[in-house]
Design a protein around this ligand. Structure first.
Ligand SMILES: Cc1cc2nc3c(=O)[nH]c(=O)nc-3n(C[C@H](O)[C@H](O)[C@H](O)COP(=O)(O)O)c2cc1C
Ligand SMILES: Nc1ncnc2c1ncn2[C@@H]1O[C@H](COP(=O)(O)OP(=O)(O)O)[C@@H](O)[C@H]1O
Length: 312
């Protein structure tokens, strides 16, 4: 799969495709249905599939503090598109210059000149261009002029309700990992590289592999029983998602996982943490000793959870 970094990197060979545009946060069941429809259409017309995404998301650009927590990083999204069999991803950086582009100009630059789109599938609530002036209708009208078809995505419902990134964020906040998995079509996970922390964990007799969350503010916080994938191995652990108020006052969110019965150096390795069950909320302790005692209780709770779930 090819990543096209910005409109200025579009070449004549990228013209002629079927395409869709959106945030695709989570690449959930609803998104997967749209992407499959796109792949089918591409095969029918013998054209490559191109997914257009904004990075950062418009809401993150305009109101970084109010923007909802993301379900996945761009890297994870890219991997999900790749796994589904999408041919190309066009990543458009939201910049001050870009935000002034009018809706018709957007259609011209992106779909007509840039991609030579033959078929576009979008949500009927899509808004684009300066002041969100462009909508589905405008895209259809322009399609008649420029010769491309525009179709609306159909709504996918699970448990009597629309599948959406917002609903998944809510499920995660409620620690309803079963519902989140049903909506996502896969268990909710966070993947990243293990970075060096304060080297305190080993003194608490609970070393923790730390993953920086960066732009990915996690959609939930607390202590969880988790599965950890390292390469082909699947291990069990307990994780904390939060700002570690007892030992750090920076408020930077981090994901830390103590892997059960494990003693290897995994700095720099890529790991995937799958959330299974919430154990408790994060707390600020008065002393490191209290924190240590609680973490060891969490480890016991995590162990009991995995023993019980193996027996059901
Ligand atoms: C299961 C678990 C639960 C944790 N709970 C809390 C907590 O409630 N409050 C807190 O401030 N830190 C919590 N932490 C984070 C610890 O403060 C942190 O892991 C420890 O300071 C080691 O940091 P280091 O990896 O940077 O050395 C938790 C960590 C784990 C693994
Ligand atoms: N059971 C374990 N769970 C997680 N990491 C472990 C474990 N055993 C050893 N490690 C290694 O130790 C490191 C964590 O040690 P720690 O003292 O918490 O340091 P840091 O503050 O750098 O995370 C991990 O990044 C990993 O390489």
């Amino acid at each position: 799969m090819e990543l096209i970094r910005g409109l200025h990197n579009l070449r004549p060979r990228h013209r002629g495709c079927v395409t869709t545009i959106g945030a695709f946060d989570g690449v959930h069941h609803g998104h997967q249905a749209v992407l499959q429809q796109l792949i089918d259409k591409g095969q029918e017309l013998n054209l490559p599939t191109t997914v257009v995404v904004f990075e950062p998301l418009p809401r993150e650009y305009f109101a970084p503090l109010q923007a909802p927590a993301r379900l996945m990083s761009f890297r994870e999204k890219f991997q999900a598109f790749k796994a589904l069999g999408i041919d190309r991803v066009l990543r458009i950086r939201f910049t001050p210059g870009f935000q002034d582009m009018g809706a018709k100009e957007f259609i011209q630059q992106v779909f007509v000149k840039g991609l030579g789109a033959q078929y576009i599938i979008v949500g009927d609530d899509l808004r684009f261009g300066r002041n969100r002036g462009g909508d589905f209708k405008l895209l259809q009208t322009e399609g008649q002029i420029h010769g491309f078809d525009v179709v609306a995505t159909s709504t996918l419902k699970i448990r009597n309700d629309r599948v959406s990134s917002t609903r998944i964020r809510k499920a995660l906040e409620d620690s309803d990992f079963e519902l989140a998995e049903m909506l996502l079509g896969k268990p909710y996970s966070i993947a990243g590289r293990v970075i060096v922390g304060q080297q305190l964990g080993r003194h608490l007799h609970a070393p923790t592999a730390n993953i920086a969350l960066r732009r990915l503010r996690a959609p939930m916080s607390g202590v969880y029983a988790v599965e950890v994938e390292i390469g082909e191995r699947s291990l069990q652990g307990v994780a904390n998602v939060g700002s570690r108020p007892t030992v750090d006052d920076s408020l930077n969110a981090i994901l830390e996982v103590h892997i059960l019965d494990f003693n290897e150096d995994i700095y720099g390795k890529k790991i995937t943490v799958i959330f299974r069950k919430k154990i408790r909320d994060e707390q600020k302790f008065d002393s490191i000793d209290e924190l240590k005692e609680q973490i060891h209780k969490d480890i016991d709770t995590g162990r009991q959870y995995f023993v019980a779930s193996a027996n059901t």
